[in-house]
Design a protein around this ligand. Structure first.
Ligand code: GRF
Length: 216
């Protein structure tokens, strides 16, 4: 049973998906702690309602002193024996030192098929690029934002009349499926980092494919 901390800044729907998945019999990880860098994050109440310990470490008072914030964060993670970190809508950048310390043990989820559309407004970027398939990516965190060895991806079709909001909602349900599965894979030792990429002990369905648009 690996001890996991989820870091949030807001709504926490991915956090909730992880918490729920971890209650399943035989899930190889335990959500030991949810940490928010904002006391007003709506996700905090949800974690508490599910019996998960929550802590707030306000990052704002630290301003540009990222190392100062991380020192407190690291002490808290150590105190709780945390082995793996899942970033779930955590809106604060880390120093390269912190990221290096957790390399291979810290996951993030981004709502696009990376390396396409990193950064802000990924759904707007996808719509402007006119892609017909978008999706979500779980990846190991490296100092560069929304980059790092990819652990799992899930695809979602883009509809003609999609707005950033409707596409976000479709991709979010993919996020909720893949983040728990990626954590399961990592916690069971099923992910191997080989340079900039990973290989996985889990197979693929070679027959499976998603085509959009669909011509009937
Ligand atoms: C998700 O779309 C996630 O991919 C991105 O931020 C959003 C967080 O949503 N990193 P939630 O807080 O998990 O609901």
């Amino acid at each position: 049973m690996r001890r996991v901390a989820i870091l949030i800044s807001g709504r926490g729907s991915n956090m909730s998906a992880l918490i729920e998945a971890a209650t399943a019999e035989g899930f190889p990880a335990e959500i030991a702690l949810v940490i928010s860098n904002r006391s007003d994050a709506p996700g905090l109440a949800n974690a508490q309602a599910n019996g998960v310990k929550t802590l707030v470490i306000e990052s704002k008072p630290f301003g540009k002193d990222r190392a100062g914030f991380e020192k407190l964060l690291q002490a808290t993670l150590d105190e709780h024996g945390i082995e793996l970190i899942c970033l779930a809508g955590f809106m604060r950048l880390f120093t390269a030192e912190f990221v290096q310390h957790w390399y291979g043990r810290m996951l993030n989820i981004h709502p696009s098929l990376l390396p396409s559309f990193p950064g802000l407004d990924p759904h707007g970027q996808a719509l402007r690029a006119g892609v017909k398939i978008s999706g979500a990516t779980v990846h190991f965190v490296i100092p560069e934002t929304d980059a790092g060895p990819i652990v799992m991806q899930g695809a979602a079709p883009v509809a003609n009349d999609d707005t950033a909001e409707t596409l976000a909602a479709r991709v979010l349900s993919v996020e909720h499926q893949i983040y728990p599965q990626a954590l399961r894979l990592l916690a069971t030792g099923g992910v191997e980092i080989k340079g900039d990429i990973t290989t996985s002990s889990a197979g693929v369905d070679a027959e499976d494919c998603l085509i959009a648009p669909l011509v009937i």
